[in-house]
Design a protein around this ligand. Structure first.
Ligand SMILES: *Cc1c(COP(=O)(O)O)cnc(C)c1O
Length: 347
């Protein structure tokens, strides 16, 4: 099977497994795991943040971060199709009493004006007060799109003027960096909290890091334990994160060029499904409106040809390239998928 459902499906490589097996470990709840400690410090330094806390999932990293910025009954503003509001099962409401309001942005690309236009800080006794905004970069359901750094800088300036916190859901900030050339330090300087995933394109089996000030990270560490996310000799997982940063970061460029080839092949068959110029990273989001097929049907047809994809909406099919996909896999997919699209177009 050629598995393009997500970049989370990768299996740890031999080298990564060796690094994990050889990791120095200790009880991380006591702060004794040297591999976890060095990973937290390393990632924090990369982004110019004071501290970091290792978490089992990106959702937990996001949830700890927004809990640090928004009190119960206060409001976080996000893009309508962001992971925080669509894919974390209401965690912000369930665990933190956070309410959200959303703005729909084409391809998930927010403008500073969009977000600020609906922000209502200090709303007094009758209305909900906005206390933070969240940006997703790259934007997953938007098609792996990169938020331009100029827009992020503008957003930072406007949100600071209003006294609002700014969170970056940087599950795929690695891909944004590789695609745009914007440095991690430059991204880091605009945010109060950041979450990053080691288990997506970087190919680690588990792990995210939440970054912020020392004070917020100390508090987030307590909340992590309270949520049941305090882990013990977890240096074996942090070692996979170190290995991924050492060896896999630069390989993301391959994922990006493979996604681009896929998009070009699809657009050559049926131009309305995707604009290859808009495929900046490793996600190929096909818009099947105007075709005589649903995402579920195309997903099933691909599956019988040995290709796995994700039907994320009635007419929205997503394919994601990753470490375990080869050029020959992409060749196979470009032989099958464009033909299926053409058939659905003329039918
Ligand atoms: C995958 C992802 C996360 C975290 O997901 P987990 O499955 O909880 O690790 C967060 N944000 C975005 C945009 C993602 O794609």
């Amino acid at each position: 099977m050629i598995d393009l459902r997500s970049d989370t499906v990768t299996k740890p490589s031999e080298g990564m497994r060796r690094a994990m097996a050889n990791a120095e470990v200790g009880d991380d709840v006591y702060g004794d795991d040297p591999t976890v400690n060095s990973l937290e410090e390393r990632v924090a330094q990369m982004f110019g943040m004071e501290a970091g806390v290792f978490t089992p999932s990106g959702s937990l990293a996001n949830q700890l971060a927004i809990r640090m910025l928004v009190k119960p009954g206060e409001e976080l503003i996000c893009e309508t199709n962001s992971h925080i509001v669509r894919a974390e099962l209401g965690a912000a409401a369930v665990f933190s009493g956070i309410t959200t309001r959303t703005v729909l942005a084409p391809r998930g690309l927010l403008t500073a004006e969009d977000l600020i236009a609906i922000a209502r800080p200090d709303s007094g006794p009758y209305l909900v007060s906005t206390t933070a905004l969240a940006v997703e970069n790259t934007h997953n359901f938007g098609g792996g799109t990169v938020q331009p750094i100029a827009e992020i800088a503008k957003l930072r300036k406007l949100s600071q003027a209003l006294g609002l916190g700014l969170h970056l859901d940087g599950a795929r900030i690695w891909n944004a960096h590789i695609a745009s050339g914007t440095s991690f330090l430059e991204y880091g300087q605009h945010f109060d909290t950041i979450s990053v995933c080691l288990s997506k394109g970087l190919g680690a089996p588990v792990g995210s890091v939440m970054l912020s000030t020392k004070e917020r990270v100390t508090s987030a560490r307590q909340w992590r334990k309270r949520y049941g996310g305090g882990m013990r000799q977890v240096g074996i997982l942090a070692a996979a994160g170190h290995y991924a940063l050492d060896n896999n970061l630069q390989l993301l460029a391959n994922d990006h060029s493979r996604a681009k080839s896929l998009a070009i092949a699809c657009a050559n068959a049926v131009p309305s499904v995707i604009n290859p110029l808009e495929v900046e990273t490793n996600i190929v989001a096909l818009d099947l409106q105007g075709l005589n097929i649903t995402a579920a049907e195309l997903n099933a047809q691909l599956k019988s040809a040995g290709i796995l994809s994700s039907a994320l909406g009635p007419k929205f099919l997503r394919l994601v390239t990753h470490l375990d996909i080869t050029d020959s896999d992409i060749e196979t997919v470009t032989q099958v998928l464009p033909e299926l699209l053409k058939r659905a177009f003329v039918a």
